[in-house]
Ligand binder design. Structure first.
Ligand code: MN3
Length: 206
């Protein structure tokens, strides 16, 4: 079965005013869908049907595999990103809250670091909170690149491609990052991913 566009885990107007329905119509309905259409074409051409996104990402990291890597990594990144957001304002609790204090000093310090990394990321890419050697770490990856390709456990991501914020914030990436990080983070999902199985939560079989 070809890859399909995963449904949003909330209504497309549920994250307003921080992320508009129109943004979802383009970002989910057109950009995410375009990666799926293109990936399905490449998978069919290469006879790779039946493989999962995560398998394709891990097995197509060499320079010659870039066209397929970019499409499947972007399908996975976006499928993960939607789950990182919630209409319900949340704060980290329990073990996650303890780890945030241990590794960053405070929740606020983590948000500042995530914002700085995401806003400072040059050109297109993704800001990330990951789990590495049992410690939380903030990083970013360029274009379609993803922690899944590097054996790093994903916890949270922020899409900082221009298409993620241009409708609602025009060129103001800092305002977009601040609005998402302060209002929309699904900390319950982030905490779930401490089990190291975050990659599987945005995976699907082609
Ligand atoms: Mn995007």
């Amino acid at each position: 079965m070809p890859f399909t566009l995963p449904e949003l885990p909330y209504a497309p107007d549920a994250l307003q005013p921080h992320m508009s329905k129109e943004t979802f119509e383009y970002h989910h309905g057109k950009h995410h869908l375009a990666y799926i259409t293109k990936a399905n074409e490449l998978v069919a051409e290469k006879g790779l049907g039946g493989a999962s996104l995560v398998d394709l990402i891990k097995n197509h990291t060499s320079p010659g595999d870039k066209p397929l890597f970019n499409q499947v990594a972007q399908i996975w990144n976006h499928s993960f990103f939607w789950q990182c957001l919630s209409p319900k304002k949340q704060a980290p609790t329990g073990k996650l809250a303890e780890m945030i204090t241990r590794d960053f000093g405070s929740h606020d310090a983590l948000l500042k670091k995530l914002a700085a990394e995401s806003v400072g990321h040059f050109a297109s890419g993704w800001g990330w909170l990951v789990l590495k050697d049992d410690k939380l770490a903030v990083t970013s990856y360029h274009d379609a690149d993803t922690p899944v390709a590097h054996g790093v456990a994903p916890l949270f991501t922020l899409d900082v491609w221009e298409h993620a914020y241009y409708i609602d914030y025009r060129n103001a990436r800092p305002k977009f990052a601040e609005a998402v990080l302060n209002n929309l983070v699904n900390w319950e999902f982030v905490a779930q991913n401490l089990d190291g199985k975050g990659a599987s939560r945005a995976d699907q079989k082609g």
